[in-house]
Design a protein around this ligand. Structure first.
Ligand SMILES: Cc1ncc(COP(=O)(O)O)c(C=O)c1O
Length: 368
């Protein structure tokens, strides 16, 4: 008997999460030197990691024979102090992705509906289906979440609503006022997960702490994978009401965050110089890419995050292959219902130039 025959039906139907291709793999496939390959496919920080975080990580390596602090005391305390909430309101996780899965552990079972945008980050859908829940996907006119449509999709069976702001892969965001109004409109039987993976790149991110303080069922998630440059260490967190934090902590596996990750994250929080530098690099890179694309006559979607959606129509897959052959990895997003687009992470000035140059060469033959 095949082991797959023994598995739950929902597991066999799961959509596959398609990560950006690793540099080494593309180098092997295309016969390139890995040092020549530019990866703009996973919204990582092109400046690398916070130097202070790296130093703390190196230091923490000496104690890796010990289990980590299961409560992540120091990191939890620092996050709580920074956010002005109680320690009890913080939940640490192996990346913010883990929080989405834990929320589904808590609230999703057959018959339960989970509301999300049609082009929203795909983890919510996978985690919902894993628990035999029903993802209810609402239209996103102009690739922006539509709060009215999401509210209209809420029924008595809804238990969770996910809103990534800015969203991946569209990069689009709702204004702070719209988010607050939406969160306040949700009925009491619904838990609202507000995903802030890219909030540090925004000039005016929404602040849902007043709603949490009122006791509303709001779970905000953040990550160290993006602006802090610690994607490889897998660490993120949620802040929420004490009740929901207790429940999330009850369903997380023991020692879900490692000691090196906790130490690095703690140090990264204080590295404001690196965060500022990363934000500036991203702003300049967004402008550079926007201008470069406009010069090539290629449309892009205005993004508030560290990537941008590039519209290439029916040629998008072919263009992705051409870019890859030239050593530039970008992300096709057909699995998000966006077959006409490629998602390109913002790189350094040199990496963006490489992308724009390669794109020009790939597009050229049919233009001539
Ligand atoms: C919108 C959004 N949320 C959450 C995540 C998850 O990040 P992590 O699990 O690395 O914290 C990502 C990663 O790409 C994302 O794009």
């Amino acid at each position: 008997m095949q082991s797959s025959e023994l598995m739950r039906a929902s597991v066999k139907r799961l959509p596959v999460y398609q990560p950006g291709k690793p540099i080494e793999l593309v180098a092997r496939e295309c016969g390139l030197d890995p040092r020549e390959v530019v990866k703009l496919a996973s919204n990582e920080n092109p400046l690398g990691s916070s130097p202070r975080a790296l130093e703390a990580a190196r230091h923490a390596l000496a104690d890796t024979w010990l289990y980590p602090d299961n409560a992540g005391y120091f990191l939890t305390r620092a996050l709580a102090a920074r956010l002005g909430v109680a320690d009890r309101q913080i939940v640490l996780a192996a990346g913010s992705n883990e929080i989405f899965y834990r929320l589904c552990d808590l609230f999703v079972e057959p018959g339960v509906e989970v509301v999300m945008g049609a082009h929203a980050f795909i983890s919510y859908k996978i985690a919902t289906l894993l628990h035999d829940g029903r993802p209810v996907e609402t239209a996103m006119p102009d690739l922006v979440h539509d709060p009215a449509a999401m509210l209209a999709a809420v029924t008595d069976r809804t238990r969770l609503v996910f809103l990534p702001n800015p969203n991946n892969p569209t990069g689009t965001a709702l204004g702070a006022g719209e988010v607050l109004e939406f969160a306040r409109s949700l009925p009491d039987h619904v838990v609202f997960c507000y995903d802030e993976a890219y909030a540090e790149y925004q000039s005016r991110p929404a602040d849902l702490r007043p709603l949490i303080a009122e006791g509303r069922k709001v779970v905000c998630t953040r990550t160290f994978s993006k602006i802090y440059g610690l994607a490889g260490l897998r660490i993120g967190y949620a802040y929420t009401t004490p009740d929901l934090a207790d429940a999330l902590n009850a369903v997380r596996p023991p020692f879900n965050t490692g000691s090196v990750a906790q130490a690095a994250a703690l140090a990264a929080l204080d590295d404001t110089a690196f965060v500022d530098q990363s934000r500036h690099c991203n702003m300049a890179g967004q402008l550079q890419i926007e201008k470069g694309l406009a010069a090539l006559g290629v449309e892009s979607v205005r993004s508030e995050a560290n990537f941008t959606l590039v519209r290439l129509g029916s040629r998008s897959e072919e263009v992705a292959r051409g870019l890859q052959a030239a050593g530039v990895i970008v992300r096709p997003v057909a699995n998000y219902g966006l077959p006409d687009y490629l998602r390109v992470s913002v790189g350094t000035e040199a990496q963006n130039r490489r992308f724009l140059g390669a794109l020009e060469s790939v597009l050229q033959p049919s233009r001539a």
